[in-house]
Design a protein around this ligand. Structure first.
Ligand SMILES: Nc1ncnc2c1ncn2[C@@H]1O[C@H](COP(=O)(O)OP(=O)(O)OP(=O)(O)O)[C@@H](O)[C@H]1O
Length: 257
């Protein structure tokens, strides 16, 4: 692989006695879209927060463009985070701001862009996700869930990030709207030439937006491979998860709890 955009080695994170991440090894190449799947509570969000620098791992290495991020000064961390865009679970739009102000929030607050210019960019980004300029003046509460997700996507790409994180991007959407969002994610990521890391339990979404999939189980990525290979992973945990079967090795784990 070309030198990885994101590289994790031996990443551990525990909360008291609860070991959540127990040695994560992951490389994501520039321009690649990596999807992490796994059951509820397996640590997908914790993994994402560690990469984003919102949470500090107990041990291990997390490199972005070859730069170790574990012990960065706050100034250097801000520089690294400038490379990131994020689509939060549920959209996380600001209710009191108009749609365009939500999309323009990063350019104005973090880059000090003049509001008039930021508004132009916001309208352009809304166009990129299929929303007309008239939507810009509405408030998030006036939009459907699918439109809110589009706005959240427009916000995530507003600063043209090098790396975009998607946290459960299709949660709460009907299958058709979920597919529309998946298509938009693929388009936006490829238009930007960005690297993407997504977490989801939605296999249809994982297959559509991912180049590679990794499955998180008991603190480790127990299988990683190209999307096309997930149906013949030869891994019983992966098979059970992708087919949503109640019976299998993962249930054994639930019984033990
Ligand atoms: N700040 C925290 N303090 C203590 N425990 C935490 C904290 N954050 C996460 N955990 C625990 O870590 C485990 C993994 O949580 P995480 O949110 O990463 O799961 P997930 O795989 O994203 O689940 P879901 O798919 O349900 O969102 C859970 O047991 C959770 O309770």
């Amino acid at each position: 692989m070309a030198s990885p955009k994101i590289s994790l080695r031996g990443v551990h994170k525990a909360f008291g006695p609860k070991k959540v991440l127990q040695g994560i090894e992951l490389d994501v190449a520039p321009g690649e879209s990596m999807v992490v799947i796994g059951g509820s509570g397996t640590g997908k969000s914790v993994l994402l927060k560690c990469i984003l620098g919102l949470m500090r791992p107990d041990s291990g290495s997390i490199k972005i463009d070859g730069e170790e991020t574990a012990d960065l000064s706050s100034r250097d961390r801000a520089r690294v985070m400038r490379k990131f865009g994020m689509l939060f679970q549920g959209g996380a739009l600001f209710d009191s701001l108009r749609v365009w102000e939500n999309v323009a929030f990063g350019p104005i607050q973090s880059d000090g862009m003049a509001p008039a210019r930021a508004r132009e960019i916001a309208i352009a980004k809304l166009g990129a996700v299929g929303l007309g300029p008239e939507i810009g003046d509405l408030f998030p509460s006036e939009l459907s869930g699918g439109m809110q997700k589009r706005v959240a996507l427009a916000r995530a790409i507003a600063r043209e990030p090098e790396i975009i994180f998607f946290d459960e991007p299709t949660t709460g959407l009907d299958p058709i709207m979920a597919d529309v969002i998946n298509d938009l994610i693929v388009k936006c990521v490829s238009d930007l030439g960005a690297t993407a890391v997504s977490i989801t339990h939605d296999m249809a979404s994982a297959r559509k937006i991912g180049h590679r999939i990794g499955m998180l189980y008991e603190g480790k990525l127990i299988w990683q491979g190209p999307v096309a290979e997930i149906d013949r992973s030869g891994n019983a945990h992966v098979d059970q998860f992708i087919h949503g079967r109640a019976e299998g090795p993962i249930r054994m784990q639930v019984r033990k709890l």
